[in-house]
Write a protein that binds this ligand. Structure first.
Ligand SMILES: Cc1cc2nc3c(=O)[nH]c(=O)nc-3n(C[C@H](O)[C@H](O)[C@H](O)COP(=O)(O)OP(=O)(O)OC[C@H]3O[C@@H](n4cnc5c(N)ncnc54)[C@H](O)[C@@H]3O)c2cc1C
Length: 447
């Protein structure tokens, strides 16, 4: 780096340094916005052309929101910043020696690199789980789950055998964390408020939502009072919670638990683990728990001060000795800090260690119910729910998306309806021909 902030290219010309950011998620976008104020060229690489607002993904899966309302085009974000550009591409690896980002096409050179590729579902190497359960990590998975839920009800209508019908209408959610709990509440309400009216010939009492949790509580990261409140709320919605229950295997027709018991289920959702994005496995770097990449307190690789890793992909222990949680606030704050530290190193000033400002935790459990734990305040019920709505609207990117989401929420709230009950594809990525033994024919139900 030259004293005027440019980089020498080797052919006598000077150019502004280029920072490449992999991932247009919470971390990557915050890094890009911070770098927009510096004399550098920024290139964001992402495998989709949108930024996804994952905290509302479960509402896409449960027919409450259109996918478009929680996705925002990256180009619409970067066009506000003349020094930030975007390219749609899948990153396959990094050549750290030659400072190149490897993609299916060209190798893209960088002077500084910020890796923010997020995370993916962790099936712990179990192929059956991968094939026979639904994940909840991206838009395709959420849409596939919505299609699946609606298809299961369509199949149930045409099924005369009561046992099979019940199995088709049984939804097992493995994992009692925020994603599992929010999904469970939303599914229970979808079935009892909406699908009950859509399928008058079905007895919705047959529809079951079962949350399976290996630990001794749902929402383990919340204070005990809020966990209890969430458990009561789930029970009120008719959700069955099975604690101390570990899944042994899933075969597309049933879930088999470690204690030997079985549950026939048409749909199994795996919300019991996340790990760093697959890219982390292709970097040739050491990996910590859940495949995350260990970084220094300043967020860069130990021997490479020009390469930062942030968000879900990065592993850094906080003052409590535990890895920072895989949540949006950590990614956003690390994005800002990594960008500032990269600029500091280029200007010869010391980098600062990452320090996390915890803004709290929240989860919603159906309409007018949530748990909220922030700034020493713990709240449940309506107040927590309103806080949840407000905060999610604020963080959602784009005025149009906020309006769409608000409109959908108001519509759902006042009509008890869900507008997005569309089966957009009957081809499901999963085998999941559950509850129907091979070769068995479905019979039409009369009346
Ligand atoms: C269903 C769900 C609900 C959640 N709810 C909450 C919540 O309520 N509150 C909360 O704080 N957190 C929540 N989280 C977690 C939160 O979304 C993540 O912690 C956060 O998104 C991490 O930010 P990130 O920048 O590391 O990754 P992401 O925001 O996931 O962004 C990663 C980006 O990298 C892209 N990418 C991945 N691999 C490649 C590649 N090889 N090449 C190119 N691009 C690539 C992806 O397409 C994505 O755009 C939730 C997550 C999920 C899945």
């Amino acid at each position: 780096m030259n004293t005027d902030g440019t980089h020498s290219t080797g052919d006598g010309r000077d150019r502004r340094p280029r920072v490449v950011i992999v991932g247009a998620g919470f971390g990557g976008l915050h890094a890009a916005r911070t770098l927009a104020d510096y004399p550098v060229d920024v290139l964001i690489l992402n495998r989709t052309n949108y930024h996804g607002f994952w905290p509302l993904l479960y509402q896409v899966a449960t027919a409450g929101l259109e996918p478009e309302s929680i996705a925002y085009p990256v180009r619409a974000i970067v066009r506000r910043h003349p020094n930030v550009d975007f390219r749609l591409t899948e990153v396959t690896g990094i050549d750290f020696q030659r400072r190149r980002v490897l993609t299916a096409g060209e190798a893209i050179p960088y002077d500084g690199l910020i890796l923010a590729a997020g995370s993916t579902t962790n099936y712990f190497g179990n192929q059956d789980l991968e094939v026979h359960t639904f994940g909840m990590k991206d838009m395709d998975e959420a849409e596939a789950l919505r299609n699946q839920a609606l298809l299961r009800f369509e199949e149930a209508v045409g099924t005369a055998d009561a046992r099979r019908r019940r199995a088709l209408m049984t939804f097992v959610i493995v994992g009692g964390g925020p994603t599992g709990v929010e999904l469970a509440g939303a599914f229970a309400e979808l079935f009892s408020h909406v699908l009950r009216r859509d399928y008058p010939s079905l007895d919705v009492a047959d529809a079951r939502v079962v949350v399976v949790e290996a630990g001794d509580t749902v929402l383990a990261t919340f204070p005990p009072k809020l966990r209890d409140s969430a458990a009561k709320r789930l029970a009120k919605l008719g959700v069955e919670v099975r604690l101390h229950t570990a899944v042994d295997r899933v075969d597309g027709q049933q879930v088999v638990f470690r204690d030997g018991s079985r549950l026939e289920a048409g749909t199994v959702i795996w919300a019991a683990g996340v790990k760093a994005a697959e890219l982390a496995d292709h970097l040739g770097l050491p990996q910590a728990r859940a495949g995350r990449v260990p970084v220094t307190p300043e967020l860069h690789l130990p021997d490479r001060p020009e390469v930062f890793v942030i968000g879900d992909m990065a592993y850094l222990e906080g003052p409590d000795g535990k890895g920072y949680p895989m949540v949006a606030q950590v990614a956003m704050q690390q994005g800002v800090q990594a960008a500032k530290n990269l600029m500091a190193s280029w200007s010869g000033t010391p980098m600062k260690p990452f320090s996390y400002f915890d803004k709290g935790n929240m989860a919603t459990i159906g309409r007018r119910a949530a748990v909220f734990d922030a700034f020493g305040v713990q709240a449940t019920g309506l107040i927590a729910w309103l806080g949840w709505l407000f905060i999610h609207l604020i963080y959602l990117v784009g005025f149009r998306n906020r309006m769409l989401v608000l409109l959908n929420w108001a519509y759902n709230y006042f009509t008890y309806d869900r507008g997005v009950r569309i089966i957009s594809s009957t081809r499901n990525p999963h085998v999941a021909q559950a509850a129907c033994a091979p070769g068995e024919e479905r019979q039409s139900r009369v009346g």
